[in-house]
Design a protein around this ligand. Structure first.
Ligand SMILES: [Zn+2]
Length: 351
């Protein structure tokens, strides 16, 4: 019996990086599958996998926010944009499966032109989006295409893209371990795991009501030198200069890191950190990958300063090793004892 291929089958093939033009010669196509294949062939573009680099987010026929309604609609319904819609749905599903989003939370955006951005809609779980749910907006957040209303948090993504022209995609979600750090006001310590040092550059933005321009502004203020922003009492937003999957990877890397650090700090031993020269080597790799980091150019003694980090973790910078001599004592008690000793000396000196 001949194989019948539906539009769904083709979408599935694209999702798995297969060439939809290499179908068996005797395959029977449903009408919608035939239309889709024709569009793919005429556009000359056939990338469906996530992680194809910026080229995949550059559809053949460009539009701007000032293009005619008909051109914008054609662009929004083109095969190239369809591929990016599939990528967003795929990333949404991964966010949901990993419990990085809850309810209708989280949002995803891909820049698809000079001032045009594809994004997720409001009021829908990121785990169950369909390509037809997505929206097209301009850089001010005005909706250009799509039947569902765009996410209210798009303003933050747009401010990131305006301030950081290298940002081609951004992801926002609420992963529990990273968000816990953001709630506690603790910036994740450094110099512990190479992957985190190379791919993520984390900073924390103060709390503002989600979706407000002030929130977007505070995040945008940090994206020059950071690609992963913890939002106090809220969640995380990341951007990538490569593609949407890469922006999502920052979430996986940060979340795994926060979880590991938290577990490590409960094992009853001082956490080991890498040395400053070891970190310096990682920063060289980071710079060669075009990933920003505020530590480029810092002196070695400044590189592994974890002064902000309290629960059981000591800093690799010489001078702070005193804390590791009494691993069972709470760090705050030691710090207090140290302060007391210094105060006593100062007081003795003034007598
Ligand atoms: Zn949120």
């Amino acid at each position: 019996m001949k194989q019948v291929i539906s539009l769904r089958d083709l979408e599935e093939m694209l999702r798995h990086g297969k060439d939809v033009r290499s179908l068996p010669a005797d395959a029977l196509l449903t009408p919608s599958a035939r239309d889709f294949l024709r569009e793919v062939e005429s556009s000359g573009s056939q990338r469906g996998r996530t992680g194809d680099g910026p080229a995949a987010s550059r559809p053949a026929k460009a539009v701007t926010a000032r293009s005619s309604k008909a051109d914008l609609e054609a662009f929004f319904n083109s095969p190239a944009i369809h591929e990016l819609k599939l990528q967003i749905c795929d990333i949404g599903r991964r966010l949901w499966q990993r419990a990085y989003v809850d309810g209708n939370g989280g949002n995803i955006a891909i820049r698809v032109g000079e001032d045009v951005v594809l994004c997720t809609p409001t009021l829908i779980s990121k785990g169950f989006m369909k390509p037809e749910d997505l929206c097209l907006v301009d850089l001010e957040g005005n909706q250009l295409a799509g039947t569902k209303k765009r996410t209210s948090e798009i303003l933050m993504h747009l401010q990131i893209m305006k301030r950081q022209p290298r940002a081609v995609a951004s992801v926002h979600c609420h992963p529990p371990y990273s968000t816990a750090f953001a709630v506690a006001g603790v910036e994740p310590p450094t110099c512990m795991i190479p992957e985190f040092e190379v791919f993520a550059s984390v900073a924390t933005a103060p709390y503002r009501t989600p979706g407000t321009p002030e929130m977007g502004q505070l995040v945008a203020d940090l994206v020059d030198k950071h690609n992963t922003i913890l939002m106090a009492n809220h969640g995380v937003v990341s951007w990538s200069h490569n593609n949407v999957e890469d922006a999502y990877f920052k979430m996986e890397i940060l979340e795994a890191y926060c979880r590991t650090v938290l577990v490590a700090s409960q094992l009853g031993k001082p956490v080991q950190t890498m040395t400053a020269p070891q970190l310096q080597d990682l920063l060289k790799i980071k710079q060669s990958l075009g990933i920003p980091d505020p530590r480029f150019g810092l002196k070695e003694c400044e590189l592994c300063d974890n002064a902000e980090w309290r629960p059981g973790v000591t800093c690799a910078v010489p001078g702070s090793s005193a804390a590791s001599s009494a691993p069972n004592a709470p760090p705050d008690t030691e710090a207090e004892a140290l302060v007391q000793a210094i105060t006593d000396q100062v007081m003795a000196g003034t007598k």
